[in-house]
Design a protein around this ligand. Structure first.
Ligand SMILES: [Zn+2]
Length: 298
């Protein structure tokens, strides 16, 4: 787990909510987190890694995880980068990886076009012919990454357009996806679903997965409103809350995955505090809370 926080990170630069204040005070019950990203590999020495989302914190995240370091004079341990949507929290890091290193980037055509065709700055990733190789994620069709040893299938998840494209183009099912990542050798599946705006159909997305990373952005629908931090409810931001009758904890109680991990956690979420009732409820239900540096071996 390279980064376990939602956009803004923890602490968020302009936030003095209870959690952000506790982190700044060095409270032992809560730890700082960088923005949403994780790295997957089939687990063999020397393997290159699939990185899911390129967060604004990507440079720090790479330095903190040795397998992503260069192994020769000009190199990277990153075998491919997959984007779950076009939010700046998930794509700004691409601009930090502009040092003429060939990259393979997986995205739906909608996400690719929203980035490349509407933002002149993305041309910095096209200054040499093969700098970025885009691989199109068609919904439901697996992309084989032979060099990484993994297959990636995008599945539509209810989401929203990136803020900078709202009103400019019509929404599409390709705007936000969950990823089913399959080890090509063993067939074992991990699902990354870090932005999920509705639980209808989610069973099919998670089916057969041994490891699930799920949207843990908010505990409650009115988290920002109740803390006086904004007017948007969780559903306005295309996130299903963890708690409550319609929340993911109740609705996914029968999930068969052996490891279930909430990630993409907003800095306002009370589950971030050890000892909170919300944290206890998550752990009692057999879910884990992600943290930067978390490692999971299946
Ligand atoms: Zn905060």
């Amino acid at each position: 787990m390279l980064g376990s926080a939602a956009g803004g990170g923890l602490p968020q630069w302009n936030c003095a909510c209870e959690n952000c204040a506790l982190v700044r005070a060095g409270d032992a019950r809560i730890q700082a987190r960088t923005q949403d990203s994780l790295a997957l590999s089939r687990g063999r020495a020397g393997d290159r890694w699939l990185v899911v989302n390129a967060s604004p914190d990507v440079l720090r995240q790479i330095e903190r995880f040795e397998p992503l370091h260069p192994r020769s004079a000009r190199d990277t341990g990153i075998g491919a980068i997959a984007l779950t949507n076009g939010d700046l929290d998930h794509v700004l890091g691409l601009l930090s990886l502009r040092e003429s290193q060939p990259l393979v980037v997986l995205a739906t055509e909608r996400v690719r076009a929203g980035l490349v065709e509407r933002n002149a700055m993305l041309r910095t990733l096209a200054r040499m012919p093969d700098q970025v190789t885009w691989r199109t994620l068609e919904l439901g069709r697996e992309v084989l990454l032979d060099a990484v040893g993994l297959g990636v299938t995008a599945v539509a998840a209810r989401g929203k357009l990136p803020v900078h494209l709202m009103g400019a183009i019509d929404p599409s099912p390709e705007d936000n996806v969950a990823l089913r990542v399959r080890d090509l050798a063993s067939g074992r599946v991990c699902v990354v679903a870090t932005a999920v705006g509705a639980l209808e159909g989610v069973d099919a997305v998670l089916r057969g997965a041994e490891l699930v990373f799920f949207d843990g952005t908010f505990w409650s629908e009115d988290e920002l409103v109740a803390q006086g931090l904004g007017k948007a409810r969780a559903r306005d931001m295309a996130h299903v809350p963890i708690g409550g009758d319609g929340g993911s904890l109740a609705r996914l109680a029968g999930l068969a995955a052996s490891r279930r991990v909430y990630t993409h956690i907003n800095n306002t979420n009370p589950v971030l505090r050890e000892g909170s009732p919300e944290r206890a409820a998550v752990e009692r239900a057999g879910w884990e809370l992600s943290f930067d540096g978390m490692e999971i071996t299946l």
